[in-house]
Every structure is written in C-alpha cells, then in structure tokens.
Design a protein around this ligand. Structure first.
Ligand code: 2M8
Length: 441
C-alpha cells in the first residue's frame, strides 16, 4: 500500500514536470508557483535530486534584483490558460523585475529557507558533497528574499512582514481577508477589463473565489502597476496591507533554517538572528490572542486586529514561536470544536473554524483540508512533542490521499457517501508532501 501510494505520488510530479519546473496541476495552473515549488522540491529530493535542484533554480531565475521572489514565474504555455498572465502585470515598469523569465509582481509565503534545509538533510544521505554545493548556491538567494521582506514590507520595523495581495498569502480566499476586501467597492472604481480563466475547469469552478473577489484582486494589481512597483508608493496607496500569522510563522522557520545553513557554511548570520528575534517577539506581543489560544492577523491599513480564526493562526508553531504553555493552549484549540471537533467525524485539519457561521466545507481556503497546511501543522506539533496529534494529522492526510487521490483540497467531513475530493486532481504539492510523509524516518 505504502509503495503503491509512493509510486503514484512520484508519477504525479513527473507528469507535471515541464522540463524546467513542475506545474502545480496539469491544467488549472500552467506556470511555476513560488511556495508550490518549495514543497515540490522537498518531494523530489527523496527520489530525484536533479529535479529538486532544478525546481528551485528555475524559481529563483525569476527573483527580482531587490530580492523579491515572485508568486509566479511564467512558463511558455500560452496566456490563454491562466489569468492573470505575464502581460497583465506590466512588470516591465518595475525597475527591479526580471524581464526573462517574466513574472508576476507579488511574492508568497517564505517557505524556501526551510525547504532548502530539508532538502539538504535528505540530500546529505545520498551525496554529501553535492548537498553542500547546492546549499552554498541557494543560501544567498534565499537570504536576499528575506532581506526584501524586512527592507520593504516591515515599515514599522517590528519584524512583522505585510502582504499586499490575497494571492501573496497563499490562502487566496481566506476569510481573514474579508473585512479588508469588503472596503474595496469595485462599483466606485475603474477596474481594468479582464477575463477569468479558472472557471473553465469544471472540477474547480464551483468552489473558486467569486467575481467580486476577482474585481478586488485585479484592482490591487492595478494599484501596483500604476505605481510601477515602487514599494513606498504602494504602501501609501494600497488598501490591503495585512500581517498574517502563517506568512510570518513561515518566515521564522525559514530564518531559523537559514541561520543553521549559514553556520554550516561559515557565513555571517547576525542579521538573520536579529530579524528572527524581532519577528518572534512581535508575533507574541502583537498577534497572540491569549483568550482564544491562537494567533490573529493584523490589518495594518486600518490599524486593527483581525480576530478571524483559520488554521493559519496555528502556524507560528512551525517556527517554535509560542512557548510550551502557549502551544498547549493551541493544542486545546486544535482538538476542540473549532478545528478537529474532538470527534472522529472530522479529518484534521479544516482550514477555517468549524464554529464560524460562514465556514464552507468545500470552498477554496474557507474550510477544506489542504495538505500543505497539514504538513506544516505536523511539523509544528512535533516541535512541542505533541506526537499523538501530529500522528493524527499525518494519518488523516495519507488516508484522504489514499482514498480520494492527489487532489488540491478535501472536504473535512468523514462521510463515506460523499466524494470528499475538491479542486483539481493530480495536484503537485499534495503528491510531494505525501512523498515526504511516507519517506520520513
Ligand atoms: C492558488 O492560487 C492561485 C493564485 O496564486 C489561483 O487561485 O489562481 C492558491 O491555492 C495558492 O496557494 C497556490 O500556490 C496556487 C497554485 O497551486 O493556487
């Protein structure tokens, strides 16, 4: 059974391999995506080091001269398959952008520090010299992407990085963004004309973000391009500036892995240590919700907390941000009615509190289980020796995949009469992280 699943997972990655990088899915996502590439490279490291390395090299070819690692590095498939394609971003106006390959003009959660370190650990067992050479090659690039965040996305120098578009958060349609997006009224704005392509995919169409959401997404892109990607000007004008606990939690784990990598390579790491201490401090000082035992997001534009509880609020565990005591509170939250429901009827871990009135078990990032979030949560739990819960998260992930296939996300309700698979099939990070779960020793 394990061998079959493993082989099937490898086949998904190889099927989505384009010769230079791996598409997140065969049709819906025809280019290279930023955090997908990090997860995918981890999967490859277990059976094809060459592809693991190429995956990250290809992504970093799109890195801007200011360090920003773009959300999408466009491949050669026609624009007809995905909106927004390369032409929509007008990145030729951005001083720092690469023109070849073309990219989008936003970034994504910084997973590459911990992906690189994990790949190094896996590769060392196969070929130590090669593993070190790749670490050496990538370390400065990943470091530069962190420098970008601390230089351009942390205006109050508190160590908390903001995102300026829901797509940057990775959790596109998360209810965390709602209150901020609702303030953008497209009827009062001049929204540039555009045509969605994602609804052409019948598997995914039903649960994707709404047209109103897309108008707002497009408006934000318009703000960026009109400001020629000048970060200061965007900061002043952009209505969407959010400090997200998943994003900043990933940053901490990646900082920490870069510190280890730097020490291994004999590189200076003082700046990284300083950034990291500040981010950990501010996550706890500003975003920790003592009453509920979870981290909030913060709306920087309107200067207020966003007390909306998705499992992003649990993710600072991956960087060991909470103390053991805080983590115990988080475990209670996770095991309780909000997430896993202490019952046998819910697959861990729904992306949105099951107590929320607007939880939706099938809609994109508004309730379903996503395997990358489970994988992160699993690693977070292990840092606090919460082995039982970690084992459940892993078991549930493998059971969902084994039963339904390598889908993009899953309805968390254990109901054998319904097909729990959602979104697009043959999804790369589901396959890659399944490999990592299975191969873990
Ligand atoms: C989804 O996001 C893209 C935009 O980036 C989309 O909806 O078109 C998200 O699930 C994101 O996290 C993921 O990286 C991307 C590709 O898998 O798809």
């Amino acid at each position: 059974m394990k061998d079959q699943l493993l082989e099937a997972a490898k086949a998904v990655l190889l099927q989505n391999w384009t010769g230079h990088f791996t598409k997140p899915a065969p049709n819906l996502y025809p280019h290279q995506w930023n955090w997908d590439a990090g997860f995918i490279a981890i999967g490859y490291a277990h059976f094809d080091l060459d592809k693991a390395e190429q995956e990250l090299r290809s992504l970093f070819k799109g890195q801007w001269s200011n360090g920003m690692l773009p959300q999408i590095v466009f491949g050669t498939e026609t624009n007809a398959r995905y909106f927004p394609g390369p032409d929509f971003w007008w990145t030729h106006l951005a001083k720092a952008a690469t023109q070849e390959p073309q990219t989008s003009g936003i970034s994504m959660p910084p997973v590459h520090g911990f992906a690189l370190w994990r790949i190094y650990q896996i590769a060392k067992k196969q070929d130590p010299k090669r593993a070190r050479a790749f670490l050496e090659e990538m370390f400065p690039k990943v470091l530069k992407s962190h420098q970008y965040f601390y230089e351009f996305r942390d205006p109050q120098q508190e160590g908390l990085v903001y995102i300026r578009h829901p797509w940057e958060g990775g959790t596109d349609n998360s209810p965390i963004w709602d209150s901020v997006l609702e303030k953008i009224d497209p009827t009062q704005l001049d929204i540039p004309p555009y045509e969605r392509k994602d609804l052409q995919n019948p598997e995914a169409a039903a649960h994707r973000p709404s047209d109103l959401d897309y108008d707002r997404y497009v408006h934000l892109v318009d703000v960026f391009r009109k400001n020629k990607y000048d970060e200061q000007a965007i900061y002043e004008e952009c209505p969407f500036l959010i400090q997200d606990p998943l994003f900043n939690g990933a940053l901490v784990w990646s900082n920490e892995c870069l510190i280890k990598a730097g020490q291994e390579l004999g590189e200076p790491v003082n700046e990284l240590i300083h950034w990291n201490e500040l981010t950990i401090f501010s996550l706890n000082e500003k975003l920790w919700d003592e009453e509920r035992g979870i981290y909030n997001a913060y709306d920087l534009k309107n200067d207020q907390l966003i007390p909306v509880h998705t499992n992003s609020g649990l993710m600072p565990m991956i960087g060991e941000v909470p103390t053991q005591e805080q983590a115990e509170q988080m475990l209670l939250m996770l095991e309780g009615a909000d997430f896993c429901g202490s019952s046998e009827n819910i697959y861990s871990c729904p992306t949105y509190s099951l107590q929320a009135e607007d939880v939706n078990y099938k809609r994109y990032w508004r309730g379903p289980v996503w395997i990358n979030m489970n994988w992160l949560l699993y690693h977070g739990l292990l840092r606090y020796d919460m082995e039982d819960m970690a084992a459940k998260v892993k078991r549930d992930s493998l059971e969902l995949i084994g039963q339904y296939g390598f889908y993009e996300y899953f309805d968390p309700r254990k109901d054998k009469s319904e097909n729990l698979a959602c979104g697009t099939n043959q999804f790369s990070w589901t396959a890659a992280l399944c490999i990592d779960f299975l191969m873990e020793t």
